[in-house]
Design a binder for this molecule. Structure first.
Ligand code: AHM
Ligand code: MG
Length: 344
């Protein structure tokens, strides 16, 4: 029997009018008297870039864009052709928006200053253009992660400008190029999901105000690294094994986080032997995901402090990360007896 409209509404499924991302953001902005519409221009640029990247990702073999670019990025990782293409698409689309002061990308060593505060640069956008790109040749879901910060006109250097704690994010989100293309966003008033309708070329609202379940016995971690995890994480995993937990790990953070956000559970990337301070990047991976998770009722920690309270020192800083359903994150932390248990 099909589910009734009130039941669907109770689950947050939109049953009323069709709403595009554009009109949703305009509606949000209209709540703030004096809003200039500049913010909605940035979101529209992100959605345009996402549509272009989605098209490329869906035709990687036909368009012959798989494989390595032959260069290394700042992280010392070899760049794939699609990393470079996705980065260029975002830089070109966002570069044309007159309110953006600084752009920072996982693929570029330094943030790019586009315009100063007195030239109208109100916002900074940081992004990971194509997270999980090493999964592209096996057609696994990949994603784009972004965060929007205010530009402080009194700070002149680009790195100093973008090194803001996660609590100062104005908006954050991701696009998952999965079996469907979804864009999930928060502007600090809940988390909302849009699905790309490629035929009409719009991201359409499909779920308003996503709330994560407080509990779900699922953990998501690269368990092969367990021997190198700090003691607290090893104890947690032993406990989870004995307590009926399930494991899900795609190895593409956006896909793993999307599942965690929708179904609940916990995602972990602890310190490892190879990455003693964690692998994931604080500014454009951990912080945007943490903002979304907190807005959906979950929690995010580095193992020692709230992720969004960390004051960053550099654009590509890494952090250990534990985030997801409130009770599941608490269950991880309950196995840390001292701060040393969380560190490599
Ligand atoms: P990337 O930004 O270079 O693509 O790396 C980040 C990815 C995440 O998507 C994923 O969670 C993680 O790396 C997987 O790492 P591992 O293969 O060590 O489990
Ligand atoms: Mg990444």
């Amino acid at each position: 029997m099909p589910e009734s409209a009130p039941k669907q509404a109770a689950r947050g499924v939109v049953t009323d009018n069709l709403v595009s991302l554009q009109s949703f953001i305009l509606e949000e902005e209209a709540r703030y008297p004096g809003a200039t519409g500049e913010f909605s221009w940035i979101i529209s640029a992100i959605s345009l870039a996402a549509k272009i990247i989605a098209y490329k990702v869906r035709h990687v073999r036909l368009q012959n864009v798989l494989g390595e670019q032959g260069e290394e990025n700042i992280q010392g990782e070899s760049q794939l052709r699609m990393d470079v293409i996705a980065n260029e698409v975002i830089m070109r689309v966002l570069g044309g928006r007159s309110s953006i002061a600084v752009l920072g990308s996982e693929e570029d060593q330094e943030p790019t200053i586009l315009r100063r505060g007195h030239e109208g640069g109100k916002y900074c956008v940081l992004f990971d253009p194509l997270d999980g790109s090493s999964n592209l040749d096996t057609a696994v879901g990949v994603g784009t992660i972004f965060t929007i910060l205010r530009n402080d006109p009194t700070i002149h250097d680009a790195v100093g400008t973008v090194c803001q704690p996660g609590t100062q994010q104005v908006a954050a989100g991701y696009v998952l190029y999965g079996s469907s293309t979804v864009l999930v966003i928060t502007t600090g008033r809940g988390v909302h999901m849009f699905e790309l309708d490629a035929a009409i070329g719009s991201f359409m609202l499909v779920k308003r105000d996503i709330r994560m379940p407080a509990r779900n016995k699922v953990y998501s971690v690269n368990e092969a690294y367990t021997p190198g995890f700090p003691a607290g994480y090893r104890r947690y995993l032993e406990w989870a094994h004995e307590n009926g937990y399930s494991s899900r790990y795609i190895g593409s953070m956006v896909a793993d986080m999307h599942r965690t956000l929708v179904n609940g559970g916990v995602f972990l990337y602890p310190p490892t032997k190879k990455h003693p301070t964690g692998k994931l990047r604080l500014l454009y991976e951990a912080n945007p995901m943490s903002f979304l998770v907190e807005q959906a009722g979950g929690t995010s920690t580095t193992g020692t402090v709230r992720t969004m309270d960390v004051k960053p020192r550099e654009l590509h800083e890494r952090t250990p990360l534990v985030l997801g359903s409130k009770d599941e994150v608490a269950a991880v932390l309950a196995h840390f007896r001292s701060p040393a248990d969380a560190m490599a």
